[in-house]
Design a protein around this ligand. Structure first.
Ligand code: SAH
Length: 542
């Protein structure tokens, strides 16, 4: 086993999603930052844990052919980009395997893996940047925090941002320093200006400047508004966002428009979209359009289909599908984004889309009770994925297809697995690179409902055949009635049979339920399982 400070010669054979190279030393996985697959190096061990270790490159003996020089002066310090030291082709190979491995390892599923949607533009592709401020030698500077720290690395010309952002930043910093407005410090909750937040429509070129401040300083900013508006004709909106809290959450709830419009306008999948500072909007517009096109290809709706777009943000995905479907129902938790979604539907003369505000699972659950029955559900949750309640309500709605979009392949694989245990088959997965040079990768997943034919057969047979003498105290219908009256839950014969099988009832030889380890029938949800067990107890069958 390797020990701290020992040096070993090894070849890097893999790469993690955190951008660390991996090699094996004495059978142990050792993670080495700033390396590339194929590097042969002397590695100095810096930390040894139970089943893995960390090392650094002591000497690069033979560099990998994936390596490439990069001229960004700050990427090693700011930590925003993980793959600047290798070619983009190598980065795409790594990202494909991150997506595919997540589904194989976490999801235990091997659907058809389609080729990663790689990007044409690997620089200046972002439409949004949020720069924290700090004071250095008495002057306000902006940049990015070094990874896992509050140490600011000054940057005004990040290679991933549109070049115009640097000139706007310089102009704002000059003003801040001239007026002696201070940068915010989270530690002491002092200082005024917390972040400079910029957005630019990739197609329209319209720019929004949002100054995130600790308290209302609108008067002190009026001259800045005049300077910016005069110098940068693409600036269409200047907003002040007040965030008084001692927190590392960037934006507060309150926005005041200081100059111009409350929103900027852009186009996304040929729809006109208006975006507020608080609304989510995919940061790489061109790649998001390709991602949405893939989602539309997977959804393949017909004119009669009702589509639910859960976690819809400003409605961009649902609206891109609206012309091909009967109805779109969007659900989103941020009120301003829901307002944007409604306006965006109007702006594009889309009259078959409705948007609701609230938690995706809760609101969709309520809509279900009112009779909403979508044929296709699109989900695009944040990094943590869907809650188990939301997965349950989606599975219960039993749409023909589910199209899942995710910026986190690990939680997407977890959620796809849960849905595959609830009557869905994971058909296709496609990675999409919306964040070139960084460690992030997006994916889109197609799930189809398993043939309902199988379920019908199961129900008939279980009801008819599974009445052994020991269990004949109550029929399936009596059990179902009892459960419905006591808990309001509707259980199927298949659910009852599955619970009986799980708890070891003797089953007949010709009993339909597969005894294989991973039968393709849906599993009984926990809530129903508990209700069935208490019914079986009531009828003294257990
Ligand atoms: N589909 C949109 C947004 C995806 S990002 C697009 O492509 O632009 C995820 C969205 O989920 C964000 O808008 C976020 O505000 C929203 N969200 C986060 N938690 C949520 C929840 N519990 N219920 C509903 N929406 C939620």
């Amino acid at each position: 086993m390797p020990e701290k400070n020992q040096v070993f010669k090894a070849e890097i054979t893999g790469m993690t999603s955190e951008g660390n190279g991996v090699c094996r030393i004495d059978g142990m996985a050792v993670f080495v930052p700033e390396t590339a697959v194929g590097d042969l190096c002397d590695i100095k061990i810096v930390k040894v844990l139970k089943s893995y270790a960390f090392g650094i490159v002591d000497r690069l003996i033979k560099p990998s052919t994936d390596r490439k020089e990069d001229n960004c002066p700050v990427y090693k310090k700011c930590g925003g980009c993980l793959f600047r030291h290798i070619s983009y082709e190598a980065e795409c190979r790594i990202k494909s395997s991150i997506v595919n491995d997540a589904f194989k390892r976490i999801g235990g599923i091997s659907p058809v893996f389609e080729d990663l949607l790689s990007a044409e533009a690997v620089s200046s592709y972002r439409n949004k940047a949020q720069y924290p401020l700090a004071a250095v030698d008495g002057k306000a500077v902006c940049g990015f925090f070094a990874p896992r720290s509050h140490r600011l690395v000054p940057v005004t010309n990040c290679a991933l941002q549109p070049p115009v952002f640097s000139s706007i930043l310089e102009a704002i910093l000059d003003y801040i320093n001239e007026k002696k407005l201070t940068g915010y410090s989270e530690g002491t909750n002092t200082g005024i200006i917390r972040h400079i937040y910029l957005r630019r429509g990739a197609h329209s070129g319209e720019i929004m400047v949002c100054l995130v401040v600790r308290k209302d300083i609108s008067r002190q900013l009026s001259a800045l508004c005049r300077i910016l508006a005069k110098r940068f004709s693409d600036i269409k909106s200047i907003v002040m966002n007040i965030n008084p809290k001692k927190t590392n959450v960037i934006l507060g709830d309150e926005c005041t428009t200081l100059w111009g419009s409350d929103t900027i306008t852009d186009t996304m999948c040929e729809n006109t979209v208006r975006i507020s500072p608080l609304s989510f909007y995919q940061v790489n517009t061109l790649q998001a359009e390709r991602l949405y096109a893939k989602a539309l290809e997977y959804a393949a709706p017909d004119k009669n289909d009702v589509i639910a777009d859960l976690y819809c943000g400003a409605g961009t995905i649902g609206l891109s599908m609206a012309k091909q479907a009967a109805r779109i129902i969007g659900v989103e938790i941020i009120p301003q984004a829901v307002e944007n979604a409604k306006t965006n539907a109007e702006l594009n003369n889309i009259t078959n889309a409705e948007f609701f505000c609230g938690d995706a699972g809760e609101v969709f659950g309520k809509l279900r009770k009112q009779g909403c029955k979508p044929d296709i559900i699109v989900i695009d949750p944040p990094r943590k994925g869907c809650s188990s309640e939301t997965i349950d309500v989606i599975a219960e709605a039993a749409p023909r297809k589910i199209v899942m979009i995710s910026c986190n392949p690990a939680t997407a694989a977890r959620d796809a697995k849960l849905l595959s245990e609830n009557g869905y088959s994971v058909k296709k997965v496609c990675g999409a690179d919306l964040f070139p040079r960084t460690g992030h990768v997006e994916c889109v997943v197609l799930l189809s409902k398993l043939q309902s034919q199988q379920h019908i057969e199961v129900e008939l047979k279980t009801d008819e055949l599974d009445l052994t003498s020991a269990e004949s105290k109550a029929t399936y219908d009596e059990i179902k009635d009892y459960i419905y009256k006591n808990s309001g839950l509707k259980v199927s014969s298949l659910n009852i049979a599955q619970v009986k099988q799980k708890y070891g009832f003797e089953l007949r030889k010709n009993y339909y339920i597969s005894k294989k380890e991973n039968p393709r029938q849906p599993k009984c949800p926990k809530e129903k399982e508990e209700a069935i067990i208490s019914a079986l107890r009531y009828f003294q069958m257990v």
